[in-house]
Design a protein around this ligand. Structure first.
Ligand code: HEC
Length: 143
């Protein structure tokens, strides 16, 4: 009985795995909105994104070290709505993408303010909110 259940379960998992591979190959299940970016913007966007993920890692490390002031500085300068970010976000044609981008950068500025309080729980809440924008934008848009 136990053996049969295991066999059924692994059969199921195997076929799910196959289905997944088939879909991924054909990109049929990718219903995200394409930004239709020209090649040079694609490269630039990905560079910028890799910098975002690095900034998040840096912020978490600084929080763990209790260095909230530096974490706040990084949150603003690398993720916040700086003039450079404004300029970059404005280059996108898709209005909803721009709006989400601006909201994301504003949330990072809010994070920078909360980090100044040196309150770990509030800071984690704010970081969670900011990362919610990473998640929802990635779920909605692709290059
Ligand atoms: C307003 C939209 C938006 C926000 C907000 C956003 N991203 Fe992205 N990101 C994108 C798009 C679009 C891509 C390209 C995805 C694709 O084409 O599959 C991307 C790609 C990436 C990649 C892949 C980079 C590579 O070299 O392949 C990483 C890593 C990434 N984002 C990290 C982040 C992190 C971390 C955050 C939040 C701190 C974030 N992004 C916020 C839109 C966004």
């Amino acid at each position: 009985m136990k053996f049969r259940k295991t066999a059924i379960l692994s059969g199921l998992l195997f076929s799910m795995g196959l289905a997944h591979i088939t879909f991924a190959d054909n990109a049929v299940d990718d219903k995200r909105i394409s930004l239709d970016l020209p090649p040079h913007m694609k490269t630039h966007q990905l560079m910028n994104m890799r910098s975002h993920v690095e900034a998040v890692q840096t912020i978490i490390g600084l929080m763990a070290d209790g260095n909230f002031d530096e974490a706040s500085r990084v949150a603003h300068s690398r993720l916040g709505l700086t003039e450079e970010m404004k300029r970059m976000c404005s280059m996108f044609q898709n209005k909803d993408f721009r709006t989400l981008g601006f909201q994301f950068h504003k949330s990072a500025d809010h994070l920078a303010e909360v980090l100044k309080t040196k309150d770990m729980k509030k800071s984690l809440d704010a970081l969670h909110d900011t990362m919610g924008y990473c998640v929802s934008c990635h779920a909605t848009f692709r290059q």
